[in-house]
Design a protein around this ligand. Sequence first.
Ligand code: 3H9
Length: 710
Amino acid sequence: MTLAAPVASSPPVRTEVRGRVLLVTIDLPPVNALGLGVRQGLAGATEQLATDPSLAAMLIVGAGGNFVGGADIREFGKPRQPPFVRDICNRLEASPKLVVAAIQGAALGGGLELALSAHYRLVLEDARIGLPEVLLGLLPGSGGTQRMPRLVGVPVALELMLSGRHVGAHEAVQIGLADRLGEGMDASTAGLAYVEELLDANAPRRPSRYATAVRCDAQDQAAISAARDAQRARNPLLLSPHLIVDAVEATLHQPFDAGMVLEQQLFQQCIDSPQRRGLIYAFFAERQAAKVPEANQGVARAVNEVGVVGGGTMGAAIAVAALNAGLRVTLVERDEPSLQRGLANVGKVYTGLVSKGRMTQADQNALMSRLSGFVDYAALGFADLVIEAAFEDMAVKKAVFAELDRVCKPGAVLATNTSYLDIDEIAATTSRPQDVIGLHFFAPAHIMRLLEVVVPRRAGADVVATAFAFGRALKKVAVRAGVCDGFIGNRILSVYRRAADYMIEDGASPYEIDDAIRGFGYPMGPLQVSDLSGGDIGWATRKRQAATRDPRQRYVQVADRIAERGWFGQKTGRGWYLYPKGARAGEPDPEVLAIVQKERSRAGIVARDFTAGEIERRYLAAMVNEGANVVHEGIALRPLDVDVVFVHGFGFPRFRGGPMFYADTVGLGQILSDIETFAKDDPHFWHPSPLLLRLVAQGRDFSSLNAASV
Ligand code: 3H9
């Protein structure tokens, strides 16, 4: 047996002398992150520039289509080893020789900070640059908070750092983040030409620390105050946005080096915060969610032509999502008036955007030109993938799938957008169950990022791979789910909503529930959500489930009493809240409180007080316990899949990572002990999940299951 010689791994930073220029290439797939090896390589290159008298300048580029995607996020929370990026940046900026960065693809976070310490920046057409640290619970920690405002001014720097948004090449030049738009798609060639031009022109070094865009005037101070107020209002619970404002404010009052010291202290506060852990977990979890077993077993089928059956609110929004992804869409409805309504529903979304100035009429026309509508299923004969978004009724779905089976070409993927129906049963009625899958969008489907890919037993691996590729094309976060009533999200929702209903009947007011849940970090409480989405939907579901409901299950009738009055929420002007004259923010309704009180009396319950802490514990324990059941039964592949569903589809505060990650931070033993305590009053509802029991017995947490390979 012969052993292959070990392949020498190439260094993450290469240097080449090109005449009088040192070409430094950062080459560490996937995104050239600034891990230890890269930092060491950059420190070495800086030394080479300083000591080689034949060199007049340095050009920094990234290999593989990106400049640098930032610090290596996996290193945060572990002991950090020098050299540090901020020291490398300071040294480059202070270099007596010219330093230039040529940016292709991503220059984000520490990557942009590295580029900001260069004396000149060239951007290629595909550059996307920014300081997105805020999205990870951090602030720019290598001089970004001090150099960026000095280059682009305080208002622009604040906007970029607080949104974390990526700026394209043209905007970068326009706002002064970059000096030159380069031609072609090769950063080294364009960059070397630029450096030679600068050297020939005797261009001066331009350390960003001396740039003068900070005006230190009333306008800058007003921008700081406005940003501070906006963050207090919008993100009262988040740490890093507030610290970003503090760090930027230092540029008005303190010299550069003092600002750098402050930035370091504030950065460390962020690193130490649990929010940073939750947000970085969420970043990796949404990428992990795409790693499903079928991705390795099947090759995605090509999807260019999409069919949508049903032009109601959901079908129309799905059509919009597909049109936005550049696909051709055929909408099919049962009759001409319904079809016209469906097409109008699609048009309405775009007209709204045009009227708000977010889209031009020409863009709308171009998008709508890829949409066609028919009342005949035969029009779907060319579709590569069809999504059924018809009425939520098994007989209706089966009839639609019989038509699809008849008209669709072999190899077309047949998807249903059902929220809870048995997709195995739907698939079994077709002659091609291997092509049938669930694509569960969340309303509004063109905005909400979550897509549950519901995999029935007989679905082909390539169909699952196609669904994930389709999700990516639509810029969705796709999560694999198994078939059960409600799949991952709605199944867990139905359980913690019951926990909320029980608390209402036991003594908490609906408004206390919403306050407590918002206090946890949700943008809205569950009853506000119910009013927004329409109380009639839940009412219809409860009526459907009435016949099969376990008689031992406690059933709270408050929501039914409200729905019976036609109070369906915002659309009817009242629900759990009052919405006088179409107001979007509701007011507490004394009549609802009276209904609650009457229901308590009817059920013979004497109201007791609930603290916000108890509301939160019960609500979260119910969510986590059902999340554990969903993983235990294999409906979700891993706890992280549950987390991604809740962060992207149900408003769970991202900085807490997701319910399962949150449970780990609280401690599974604590969650179990809460459930056991609550079970003393209602053992039927509070039944610990076998997975929770097992993990606690083994001293493990949910995250230990996330590593499970797929
Ligand atoms: C920072 O810089 C702090 C500084 O201010 C201070 C200290 C210096 N590290 O997204 P993709 C992985 S904070 C480690 O699918 P795309 C990612 O997990 C950082 N890994 O590709 C995935 O791995 P896998 C500020 C990273 O083309 C793979 O790369 N920077 C990092 O759709 C491909 O990722 C940011 O916040 C990283 N920094 O998008 C930028 N970045 O294949 C974060 C990515 O195993 N990154 N990975 O699943 C992004 O926004 C996108 O990844 C990017 C590429 C736009 C770069």
